[in-house]
Design a protein around this ligand. Structure first.
Ligand code: UDP
Length: 205
């Protein structure tokens, strides 16, 4: 299906089922380099108009999904109706179910210390077969230049790769999570990396 351009950002007009089917297929093919997905709402679009590196990052993101009424309205004004409202919060339980059923593992990066772990514990209770490959908070020094990766950032990458995760969820807020995924995707061995905003906070309770 052709992408819908909103403020120059190319959106995929997919359903949640199409998204999950694609995740499964790419993981089964062990896609490399890691494919990056993003959920973009009106706030993110607003940031993208002022932040050139974020805008460039989104243009190079494999799949972008429309999150919320603002983007939906922008698409209607182009006479193109979106099939679905897609966001990390709705995706997460379905992704966990998919992962549990197909023996895929998920790494959860982001949030304050212990938040990702308690969200992981909650989902593991709901889906006993679910494999959470690992968790890490989102408050490390993630600044790296193009020539060198700092030590703390490298440790996080090593932890993720050693976990053998298929899917990486990054919850560090926009634009940080998208920029981090883009800057590090060539070093990550997961098949799919998805920015999910404040997701772990919602599921940590
Ligand atoms: N966060 C993080 N590292 C940072 C800044 C933020 O891990 O350096 C986390 C924060 O703890 C929160 C999430 O990122 O869990 C941001 O949530 P927010 O709702 O602000 O993001 P949005 O969904 O609006 O992009």
């Amino acid at each position: 299906t052709p992408k819908i351009s909103v403020f120059g950002i190319p959106f995929d007009n997919w359903t949640m089922k199409q998204l999950l089917d694609e995740v499964l297929q790419q993981c089964q093919h062990r896609a490399q380099p890691m494919q990056q997905y993003a959920f973009i709402n009106a706030d993110c679009l607003n940031i993208s108009t002022k932040n050139e590196s974020y805008r460039q990052c989104l243009k190079q993101t494999k799949h972008i999904f429309a999150d919320g009424i603002g983007v939906r309205l922008a698409c209607i004004s182009k006479e193109k109706a979106l099939q679905d409202n897609l966001n990390g919060t709705d995706m997460f339980p379905r992704l966990c179910q998919l992962a549990a059923n197909n023996n895929l593992s998920i790494f959860m990066l982001g949030g304050a210390p212990d938040i990702a772990q308690s969200a992981a514990d909650n989902m593991q209770q709901r889906y006993p077969k679910l494999k959470i490959a690992g968790c890490h908070h989102g408050y490390f020094d993630s600044e790296s230049s193009s020539e060198s990766i700092n030590e703390e950032n490298q440790d996080v990458i090593d932890t993720i790769n050693q976990s053998n995760a298929d899917i990486l969820l990054v919850a560090m807020g926009a634009p940080k999570q998208e920029l981090w995924l883009q800057a590090n995707k060539q070093h990550l061995t997961c098949s799919i990396g998805i920015g999910v905003g404040g997701l772990f906070d919602f599921y940590a309770k």
